[in-house]
Design a protein around this ligand. Sequence first.
Ligand SMILES: Cc1cc2nc3c(=O)[nH]c(=O)nc-3n(C[C@H](O)[C@H](O)[C@H](O)COP(=O)(O)OP(=O)(O)OC[C@H]3O[C@@H](n4cnc5c(N)ncnc54)[C@H](O)[C@@H]3O)c2cc1C
Length: 414
Amino acid sequence: MVRPDRLAHLALPFFEDGHRALAGELDGWAARHLTGIDHHDTDRACRTLVRMLGDAGFLRHCVPAAYAQGAAHGRAGGASTALESRALVVCRETLARHDGLADFAFAMQGLGSGPVTLAGSAALQAEVLPRVARGEWIAAFALSEPEAGSDVAAIACTARDDGDAYVLDGEKTWISNGGIADFYCVFARTGEGDAVSAPRRGTRGLSAFLVHAGTPGFEIAERIEVIAPHPLARLRFTACRVPKSQLLGAPGEGFKLAMRTLDIFRASVAAAALGFARRALDEALAHAQGRRMFGQHLADFQLSQATLGDMAADIDAAALLTYRAAWLRDRSEADASGDVNGGRRTTREAAMAKLVATENAQRVIDRALQLHGGHGVRVGSVVESLYREIRALRIYEGASEVQRLIIGRDLLSA
Ligand SMILES: Cc1cc2nc3c(=O)[nH]c(=O)nc-3n(C[C@H](O)[C@H](O)[C@H](O)COP(=O)(O)OP(=O)(O)OC[C@H]3O[C@@H](n4cnc5c(N)ncnc54)[C@H](O)[C@@H]3O)c2cc1C
């Protein structure tokens, strides 16, 4: 059932007409094109989705406008001069409501190329970003390691300066698109902070590199399966030479670059959670109105109405925080004087959005599943897949505990 108020939330003043048009266009496209994708072969499905999203012009929102030429296919509107948080939020919320893997395919093009957008040389940007926007090259973001997940400063993968190249040795794990990506933005220790005392040393000596798949010394050490299947791998670097031209930003600036990238994409993780939660509410409403029991419909019971009310309130609370984070970041970027938001970064708001939207979505989906009874746990049902899809969002790009700490520390330092 298509509800007439499906996109009513975008009437809020956080958004402009261009965002509303984008959401309507993507929602219609997703309804027409995403139902027939076979998800059994996840790698293949993901490659197909990246290509489709590129062909349809939607990946232009994952790169700055200057590099989106040729990816728009004459569509109305267009990408922004910089990465625009609200466009990312609108795209992820809309795609996640239809298909988790489509959202993943979209998101990774942005996250995986984010360090190139923010800090790559003009030559690297010109080489990589148009291909990302057209869906020709698949991107990956390689920060986490077996001993460095929440504790990013513990990164042990090294990059040794050697003439015209850096030589990478070490491992990365949990890398989305690992195994199918054409390039990886890899964070490794170059040691600039060695003279600084611990614990600050850890974040000082990191640098970022673009590594092409197929570079000698780079291999996929292991493919990892998770409860909501998508391409994921552990990577290994053994004396892997990466030309200095593929350094992203200045040596020693890798930690800041990783955090700047995550600042942009955390609000978009919140938006994906919101899309999953909205789909769960859609499913719950349809089921509760159709399921007969005790001589009436499930929706006729006050207990069901209270459950649906709680779900809607959780969704709206998450939406307001998510939209605020995206709007504030876009305003901060647009305002060269830095006056917006007291001149500070929007890290706290992005952390609040991710924390609340992912935790609320988990609750909303669980309630939707409960309303479905046995059908809720039946493999292949929509709520069953949402139940698996949402879980990792409370862990990656900073677990909920990490978001709480970011918010708390920001309050104390204000
Ligand atoms: C599906 C999936 C996709 C991913 N994709 C990528 C990717 O593309 N690129 C990438 O670089 N990484 C990726 N990751 C890695 C992800 O960012 C890490 O899993 C995450 O940062 C947590 O690290 P960890 O798994 O090592 O858990 P740990 O760091 O060991 O943390 C375990 C748990 O401890 C708790 N915790 C954390 N910090 C604190 C604290 N200070 N106090 C109390 N408790 C705390 C949290 O509950 C956390 O879940 C992905 C992970 C998953 C699951």
